[in-house]
Design a protein around this ligand. Structure first.
Ligand SMILES: NC(=O)c1ccc[n+]([C@@H]2O[C@H](COP(=O)([O-])OP(=O)(O)OC[C@H]3O[C@@H](n4cnc5c(N)ncnc54)[C@H](OP(=O)(O)O)[C@@H]3O)[C@@H](O)[C@H]2O)c1
Length: 299
């Protein structure tokens, strides 16, 4: 479960309705998107998966005992994770991987600032930047600094007491996943040729929500020496396989705050919105099962 769950449920910001999630009402009454489970049945043309395989990935309507998924959105579940842990990875871990590797292009020895380091995407981004050999600073609220340190951050900034853009340290890469800092402030935290990746941020804006900063960043970037940008994460098996390798190598561990039973999904969403979540929440279904209907078919 992640922030997207709520956006899809609420149809907010309104832009999400144009992105295929339902114009006048939700296209999917069940907003679950992540899954981890055991393959229960496979379609006639499916290769690479067999009944009994433990897999994880993304689909639609996954707050359920059974979920249908396209094979291209699945990968073998990391052997050292529980189903609950694995189910926290696909959307948030995949987004963090694309932010760190593809858009931030984080290199060993670089200074990286992760804003929202205690959150779903941020908790993965801290670990992925560390695994790339970067020196990582995580920004979080007072009560979550211990989590960010435990994730491996070299330094932490408490955003209720300190300003990450006070000029003390300049960062080669800033990955922004929370707090909606102004672009001018984010740029002050960057080196003269630094790279900013706006992943997201929550606002009350009904039309674009937190995405307007990312759009402005991309429009401004061609006129600057600093590189500013944003992206919409793609869901793909290749990234899940890359994440599995890091997880099984012990370089990446989901920060699972707590699991809720399927009957308490609504409570879990409320928990997510109250801002107290440390890392990720999971919804637990027992036993976990899955049906893969066939290559390229829509669930
Ligand atoms: N671009 C994409 O494709 C994509 C994909 C996934 C998610 N997103 C977006 O990315 C954002 C993060 O998603 P998420 O799932 O990681 O959300 P999340 O789990 O709610 O994490 C957001 C974090 O922001 C931090 N935060 C709150 N106020 C802050 C402030 N003033 N300064 C600094 N940090 C602050 C919170 O940590 P503290 O409590 O410690 O402050 C929280 O942990 C959301 O807006 C989501 O919609 C975008």
């Amino acid at each position: 479960m992640d922030r997207g769950t709520w956006h899809v449920m609420a149809g907010l910001p309104l832009a999400i309705r144009l992105a295929g999630f339902g114009l006048r009402r939700p296209r999917y009454a069940n907003p679950g998107r992540n899954l981890a489970g055991t393959v229960e049945a496979v379609g006639a043309h499916v290769t690479g998966f067999a009944v009994g395989d433990e897999v994880y990935g993304t689909s639609t309507s996954t707050f359920a005992e059974y979920a249908a998924a396209r094979p291209a959105m699945l990968a073998p579940k990391p052997a050292n994770l529980s189903f609950e842990q694995a189910a926290t990875v696909p959307v948030s871990g995949g987004t963090a991987l694309q932010a760190v590797r593809d858009h931030g292009r984080v290199q060993a020895g670089e200074r990286v600032l992760v804003i929202g380091a205690s959150g779903g995407v941020g908790s993965f981004a801290v670990q992925l930047a560390k695994a790339s050999g970067a020196e990582v600073t995580g920004v979080a609220g007072t009560g979550k600094l211990d989590l960010v340190r435990a994730l491996g951050a070299d330094h932490v900034v408490d955003h209720t007491r300190q300003d990450f853009a006070d000029g003390g340290t300049r960062y080669d890469v800033v990955l922004d996943t929370g707090g909606n800092a102004r672009l001018s402030r984010l740029r002050r935290a960057l080196t003269p040729r630094g790279r900013l990746v706006v992943v997201g941020g929550e606002t009350d804006g009904r039309l674009l929500g937190g995405s307007d900063r990312g759009i402005r960043a991309a429009l401004l970037s061609p006129f600057l020496r600093q590189q500013l940008g944003t992206f919409v994460a793609s869901e793909r098996a290749a990234d899940l396989i890359a994440l599995t390798e890091l997880i099984e190598a012990g370089e990446l561990t989901p920060a699972l705050d707590r699991s809720y039973p399927l009957s308490e999904v609504a409570t879990a969403v409320r928990h997510l919105l109250d801002g107290k979540t440390r890392g990720k929440l999971a919804v637990s279904v027992s036993p976990a099962r899955m049906h893969t209907p066939g290559t390229g078919s829509t669930p």
